[in-house]
Ligand binder design. Structure first.
Ligand SMILES: [Zn+2]
Length: 507
């Protein structure tokens, strides 16, 4: 049924029930309140878009280490703090000190905002994480409009940060401000943690969360992140997992200097030949990882999961076309999604020390470093994976009887994140999506690593959910990033409905 009709029918039904109960005001019923909230968000949508325009206009680029942009970041955080204060929130702008860059330059780190609204012990407390920094953007990169002037074309709001992550942060704020504007009590206690360094690796955030664990985060029941996208243009989604990553280097060394192939070729174990053999032993042409034991800990596939994958709205043809890939390793939607989300993958990234310039140089590199990584899934264990990889490479290398030296190391280890989709807040998010969009959400994961989810889950030990608002074609990090007006406004409704659903669970 059309969502508008659905809502009309729902409100009519609630009115009838109220009349039957002998009551004449509908404002006290939750569905009556929700109607008002939706109406307010619809009626005032231009104001909400205007606010997004003002936020997008601030060039809060955290990636380029330039003093002017750092100032913009500080201005962005001050504007957000001010907005929250005007909503009635208690706001702490946490000093994050400064960072020294590799070139010796010292730059201040923008504050992290910790804000709270309401502390009624009878209510659930939900904490929203978002970031207000953006990736670099310039008109000359191929933008059709000024990236810092939000421009609407056919219901699409183009601008850097529109979907990642200013739009979703504002959608949450719009939901809160609507209850305020209607003089309605917030159904839940709300907390905010908003940072300005996400695109630069969330500098200092983990230490702050650790430090605030027993203070700011003590009463928090649920954590919500809205910093990724749907897999569809139209169908909303809930994200319940992300893959981790273990990054390896394997060095093969004869000596530090390179050789001339005319002078030494034929009498050496060449490091590059060893390395190519090592890298070639990692994964086969069907994408299967050849490291013994690597699949042993991968969580078995359940019936429930198979059903979830079947229901997901993914247009494979469009996905293939937009990725400009002629043929993927798998032919079905389910297999493709499972291999992106719930199975590990191994990618070979590069070789340091190899000759990679154009032309023909008769060099024998004396020392080369191969780089590859494995995307990890539940329940793979980092140290077990490290051992398996090291053992495998040693076995392959020793069979070559090479006189070179080989050294393996894991340079980065990020664990996968998976949530329990039967947690209360998942139920609440699903119901809110059904109310607003008239459809069940896609239950999705993310193939890349979003460390923040795992960080919250591990330090605060509370349920984390990701509720994305952006459509699959929003183009976060790329040229012509946008959020649809529809996603932005319906997303604000979704968060408002979510507050009410959470409250119901706590009654
Ligand atoms: Zn983001």
């Amino acid at each position: 049924m059309d969502p508008k009709l659905r809502r009309m029918a729902a409100s009519l039904l609630s009115l009838l029930l109220l009349l039957e109960g002998g009551m004449f005001s509908s404002s006290s019923s939750p569905s009556g309140l929700l109607e008002k909230v939706f109406q307010h968000l619809d009626l005032h949508q231009d104001e909400f878009v205007q606010m997004l325009k003002e936020w997008v206009a601030i060039e809060s680029d955290s990636v380029q280490p330039v003093p002017r942009l750092r100032q913009e970041l500080f201005r962005m955080m001050a504007v957000a703090a001010d907005t929250l204060q005007r909503l009635g929130a208690t706001v702490d702008s946490m000093d994050m000190g400064s960072q020294q860059l590799p070139d010796g330059q010292i730059l201040p780190i923008p504050p992290v905002i910790l804000a709270e609204l309401g502390n009624d012990p009878k209510k659930a407390t939900v904490c929203f994480y978002g970031h207000l920094d953006v990736q670099p953007a310039e008109r000359g990169d191929g933008w059709l409009t000024d990236p810092y002037a939000l421009t609407e074309v056919d219901g699409k709001l183009y601008g850097r940060g529109a979907t990642d992550n200013k739009g979703p942060v504002l959608a949450w704020i719009n939901a809160v401000s609507t209850f305020r504007a209607l003089y309605q009590d917030l159904p839940v206690n709300i907390k905010f943690i908003i940072e300005g360094m996400e695109e630069a690796g969330s500098v200092g955030l983990e230490e702050l969360v650790e430090k605030e664990k027993n203070r700011f985060f003590s009463g928090v029941d649920y954590i919500v992140i809205s910093d990724n996208l749907w897999v569809s243009r139209k169908k909303p989604a809930i994200t319940y997992g992300t893959r981790g990553n273990s990054y390896f280097t394997v060095e093969v060394k004869c000596r530090d200097q390179d050789f001339h192939s005319g002078t030494f070729g034929g009498i050496l174990n060449e490091p590059m030949a060893d390395l190519v053999a090592l890298l070639g032993s990692l994964v086969d042409s069907s994408g299967h990882i050849l490291i013994p034991g690597i699949y042993d800990q991968v969580a078995p596939l359940t019936e429930e999961e198979i059903h979830m994958y079947k229901a997901i709205d993914l247009d494979l043809e469009e996905y293939r076309n937009s990725s400009q890939v002629e043929k993927f390793l798998f032919d079905t939607k389910e297999e493709i999604l499972m291999h992106l989300w719930r199975y590990p993958s191994l990618s070979i990234h590069g070789i340091e020390g190899a000759f990679d310039d154009p032309g023909a140089k008769t060099v024998i590199p004396g020392r080369v470093i191969g780089k590859f990584s494995i995307r990890l899934v539940p329940h793979m264990n980092l140290s077990v994976v490290e051992k398996q990889v090291t053992q495998h490479l040693q076995d392959v290398f020793s069979k070559r009887n090479s006189s070179n030296q080989m050294a393996v190391s894991m340079t980065l280890g990020l664990r996968p994140w998976i949530a329990n989709i039967n947690d209360n807040q998942y139920l609440a998010a699903k119901r809110a999506i059904e109310t607003v969009f008239g459809t069940e959400p896609d239950m999705i994961r993310d193939g890349s690593t979003i460390p923040i989810a795992r960080l919250f889950q591990e330090i605060i030990h509370k349920s984390v959910v990701m509720i994305p608002l952006g459509a699959v074609d929003d183009g976060e990090h790329s040229q012509n990033e946008k959020i649809n007006r529809w996603n932005y406004i319906e997303g604000s409704k979704l968060f408002a409905a979510f507050f009410l659903e959470l409250a119901k669970l706590h009654e």
